[in-house]
Ligand binder design. Structure first.
Ligand code: KG4
Ligand code: ZN
Length: 357
């Protein structure tokens, strides 16, 4: 049994959590708090890095105090303090990383630097049904769209990815085009509920392979975005109000269909009968429904991160840290900095004695 204080500030959510592993391997979230900056960034139509860093600095002490109090665990009884160290906005990442390392040094506890995507992957373990490897993960967030095979001992292999925009980014850009505000995913979902998802036919982006044919698992969302732009421009030129609900519903349907088709094809081709979905876009209602339905049709088990742990939070960073502790990882060098980019496949390097960056 281990317990961890986890911190997350890689983008526009400041978050802290205390999590604990139980004797039977489950994870208990003793406290989890998020101070969202969405309203401040919405004024600018997207995340402003300098504003993000400043707001993280303001929020972090309050969040740490609040979760420690709520968990009723004295800090010196924790096994580790974990913080996201990559990937993300450098100035923002530094806030959780420096806070975590300082607290760890002060209380002589281990510090674990966590890869943000490993956190998203671990978020499924915060739900009722934990998958056991090997399984396939569809990771869909604001910065990533990836299909990852998770094998025994946490071994990860990327089998599919987006060649241009991440799917969350496509939601955000299309929402801006439709004047629906930031963040785009929840705004499009809300508008789409009143719309006709079949009203507009939109392209499902394909990636050509040098050997001919199309890549079965990779994604492209730029063509879909351009098609939306063309339709909107055409409708504007002909006058009248935009059918926002139908546009949002059609876009959401095509995105969900592409994600579901590629994921199940990849799972079947690789003989994986368990599919996991995590990341901010995994909160999308239509996508969740379609995933479940397709899983039932094809006899593939589908597990998804609980709704509240799809978008950025610190409980998932704690869950990833518990996974590392369970596999015998003791600490990240306190000299490790933060990095804007770092491949998930190289996350093990965060725990080598020489700092990875
Ligand atoms: O995982 P996340 O919180 O942050 C990153 O690591 O990127 O994902 C944020 C993304 C944003 O692009 C947001 O628009 C999208 O997730 N998102 C959604 C929904 N909720 C958040 N997209 C579609 N439907 C939603 N309900
Ligand atoms: Zn994220």
């Amino acid at each position: 049994m281990h317990s961890v204080l986890a911190l997350e500030t890689s983008c526009d959510e400041s978050a802290a959590a205390v999590v604990r592993s139980t004797a039977n391997g489950d994870i208990e979230v003793l406290a989890s708090q998020i101070a969202s900056q969405v309203q401040e960034h919405a004024l600018w139509g997207g995340v402003v890095p300098e504003i993000a860093s400043r707001l993280h600095v303001e929020a972090m002490p309050f969040l740490v105090n609040a979760v420690l109090r709520e968990s009723a665990l004295p800090i010196h009884e924790l096994d580790a303090i974990a913080a996201t160290v990559t990937p993300g906005l450098v100035g923002a990442l530094m806030v959780a990383s420096v806070t975590g390392r300082t607290l760890a040094a002060l209380h002589q506890i281990s510090f674990l630097g966590i890869h943000h995507l490993e956190g998203h992957l671990a978020s499924v373990y915060l739900g009722n049904y934990s998958p056991s490897p090997p399984y396939l993960v569809l990771l869909v967030s604001g910065g990533h769209t990836e299909l990852i095979r998770v094998g025994p001992h946490g071994l990860m292999e990327r089998l599919g990815r987006s060649h241009d925009d991440a799917v969350g980014e496509a939601f955000d850009k299309v929402a801006r085009l439709l004047g629906l505000g930031y963040p785009g995913g929840p705004a499009i979902q809300a508008k789409a509920t009143e719309g006709d998802p079949k009203r507009f036919s939109l392209p499902k982006g394909k990636i050509s392979m040098p050997s001919g044919g199309f890549h079965p698992y990779d994604f492209s969302f730029s063509g879909l975005k351009t098609a939306m732009l063309r339709i909107v421009n055409g409708l504007r030129a002909s006058g009248g109000a935009l059918p926002l609900a139908d546009l949002a519903a059609s876009f959401e349907r095509v995105v969900a269909e592409v994600l579901v088709e590629h994921s199940f094809r990849c799972a079947m081709d690789h003989n994986l009968n368990h599919l996991v979905m995590v990341g901010g876009v995994a909160a999308n209602r239509r996508l969740r429904q379609l995933m479940k339905r397709q899983g039932e049709i094809l006899g593939v088990t589908v597990s998804m991160a609980p709704l509240k742990y799809c978008t950025d939070n610190a409980a998932m960073i704690g869950a990833a840290a518990l996974g590392r502790l369970q596999r015998g990882v003791l600490a990240t060098s306190c000299e490790t900095g933060v990095a804007a980019r770092w491949q998930l496949e190289r996350a093990d390097a965060l725990y080598e004695s020489l700092p990875a960056f």
